[in-house]
Design a binder for this molecule. Structure first.
Ligand code: CAO
Length: 565
């Protein structure tokens, strides 16, 4: 049997001068069938696969990923068996032309895209035979990476047992300036990986032990793939625009339990891998639409798009929790059910409450105020006010007492600036009152509560709660609060933990007052005690400040003459 070695040349590229080698799909020693893809070339217009013009065994690959080639350049040498050597591929129509149709990353001009399909790789015969030697284990080390600083290993692209082609990417490094793929300097089998993702490396660090045929050196430094190197400015430029997509994709991989294909099983060129890294996309989760399961740039974009529109991911992102979404449960399996749409107010307050709950570190301070005298006074005044049609409620006194406390403790009347480094102190005191309506919770605002009398506050509250229940509140009625009160005192309960109504930093919960035995130093006496639950943003308010605030507030309520001061 005659064994001939033929050179595989870059075919006519349809007028395109030079193109990048973006993937080498075979390795030395591979037996390839006719029409099997040997390598993938990419111009700025199209990505084309170069099919093998005959059956044979890859003997040597002379190009590397990232290199530029043009028509007629030698890309590899192949041993062909008897008969196969005689096939002049360039003159024979490729039967599998459609199968090897170029993968256009964007609609490619017809000529460029069609060229390789019409003309498979050109070949030239030569008579050299494949050489082989004894197997040797070598240690591949990190090459000169252009910096003495340690850089991060962000991806290991191979695993133990993998058979690597020369120039096949072994790992990806990332400094603050560039991302670079490190290709294998020699073909061989990975015996042992000596690095892991997250390691920091400098030149000379061992990468892996490689079993090669007939190698002489004990340690071989890889060289970084020139084309995979990213100029310093490049990663940061797309990073800003890519950030939301990256967040989405990261959230997506957290939020959706999906099985990722091993990196080595993913078929994608460096350009696609670079895009995936920029967007934080795990290529193992991306559905490929290219020939022979190759992942295209469009596939990565489609993946990100789909994940961004995924409601559960959007919810996880909005919450910032990064937690997996709650699974949907079919309750009908347990008994009859009815699905009812939430009201608009329910939906809005759900989103706001959830956001505040997740973003604000809440602590609740509990206290009690002795309102025995306040109640006696309120009842006597209420009778007198009957004909004015104003209801003098406990809450009106609460609002006034809170306004005074906010003046005394201005931190409770502030907001944390969005950067988290400044407090915005407000020179006005507007107090929001949570009102329960048939459609859900609304919080109208009593403006300048510090400047109003208790009676004026009672009148304002009456108007606002009527408007709330008649769905007549305007957006202006519900804006600008600096502090909120949620009163469940008319209903019951002993304490609760209200959620801070962001951007405010504190909220007072009021529960039902009860007569309790209170020791006055001599005797136990019956006093009407009002439970207070002050929730606050612990980033802004310390526990001691909260305790002082509720103590001060209790004093105001215990002796309402203080409110006049
Ligand atoms: N202790 C004991 N009794 C109380 C009380 C308290 N802390 N607060 C109110 N009451 C009494 C009132 O005195 C009134 O009794 P009378 O009719 O005998 O005078 C009765 O309870 C009903 O009061 P009210 O609820 O009508 O009036 P209010 O001023 O206390 O509250 C409003 C007004 C709008 C705050 C209230 O109607 C409301 O909607 N509360 C619910 C707020 C809410 O849902 N908060 C939760 C937010 S988080 O989900």
């Amino acid at each position: 049997m005659t064994v001939a070695v033929k050179d595989v040349l870059v075919p006519d590229l349809g007028g395109t001068a030079a193109v990048d080698v973006i993937e080498i799909s075979v390795k030395p020693g591979d037996r390839v069938s006719k029409e099997q893809t040997l390598l993938v070339l990419e111009s700025d217009k199209a990505t084309v696969e170069v099919p093998s013009p005959f059956e044979g065994v890859v003997q040597q690959i002379v190009v590397s990923v990232g290199q530029q080639v043009k028509q007629g350049d030698k890309v590899m040498a192949m041993e062909t068996g008897e008969g196969a050597a005689a096939v002049p591929a360039a003159t024979k129509p490729a039967p599998a032309a459609e199968k090897a149709a170029p993968i256009a990353t964007k609609p490619a001009p017809e000529k460029a895209a069609a060229a390789p399909a019409e003309k498979p790789a050109a070949v030239e015969s030569s008579a050299s035979a494949a050489s082989s030697g004894a197997a040797t284990s070598i240690t591949v080390t990190i090459p000169d990476i252009g910096t003495a600083d340690a850089v991060d290993v962000i991806e290991i692209s191979v695993k133990e047992g993998d058979v690597l082609a020369k120039e096949q990417t072994m790992l990806v490094l990332e400094s603050d300036k560039a991302t670079m793929e490190v290709p294998c300097p020699q073909a061989g089998t990975v015996q042992k990986l000596l690095l892991k993702v997250g390691d920091k490396v400098t030149q000379g660090a061992p990468v892996l032990e490689l079993l090669v045929q007939g190698a002489a050196d004990a340690a071989v430094a890889a060289k970084p793939a020139a084309a995979a190197s990213v100029p310093a400015a490049e990663p940061s430029a797309p990073a800003t625009t890519a950030a939301p997509a990256k967040a989405a994709a990261s959230a997506a991989s957290v939020a959706t339990p999906a099985v990722s294909a091993p990196a080595s099983k993913v078929h994608a060129g460096p350009a696609v891998r670079l895009l995936a890294r920029e967007l934080g996309v795990d290529l193992g989760l991306v559905k490929s639409t290219g020939p022979r399961n190759r992942i295209l740039k469009e596939d990565v974009h489609a993946f990100v798009k789909q994940r961004l529109s995924d409601k559960s991911v959007a919810t996880a992102m909005a919450s910032g929790s990064g937690l997996p979404p709650l699974p949907e449960i079919d309750f009908s399996q347990f008994g009859p059910v009815e699905m009812v749409e939430l009201s608009r107010i329910n939906k809005l307050s759900a989103a706001n409450l959830h956001r505040a709950w997740v973003h604000i570190p809440h602590v609740t301070q509990f206290d009690e105020a002795d309102i025995t005298d306040l109640e006696t006074f309120r009842k006597s005044e209420s009778a007198a006010l009957k004909d004015q049609e104003v209801k003098l409620t406990i809450l009106a006194f609460m609002v006034k007492a809170c306004a005074k406390s906010l003046l005394a403790f201005p931190r409770f009347n502030s907001s944390l600036h969005v950067g988290g480094e400044q407090l915005v102190f407000k020179k006005y005191v507007h107090i929001g009152i949570a009102v329960d309506t048939p459609n859900g919770l609304v919080v109208p605002v009593i403006r300048d509560a510090d400047k109003k009398s208790v009676l004026d506050i009672a009148k304002d509250m009456q108007v606002l709660s009527q408007k709330a229940r008649a769905k007549k509140l305007s957006p202006g009625d519900m804006q600008g609060a600096t502090f909120s009160i949620s009163s469940l005192g008319g209903i019951g309960g002993t304490a609760f933990t209200p959620i801070v109504n962001w951007p405010e930093v504190a909220i007072l919960g009021v529960s039902k007052s009860q007569f309790k035995p209170v020791y006055n130093g001599k005797d136990f006496v019956a006093r009407l005690m009002l439970p207070l639950s002050l929730s606050y943003d612990h980033r802004v308010i310390d526990g001691a400040q909260a305790a002082r605030f509720t103590a001060y507030l209790s004093q105001q309520l215990a002796d309402i003459r203080r409110l006049l001061l």
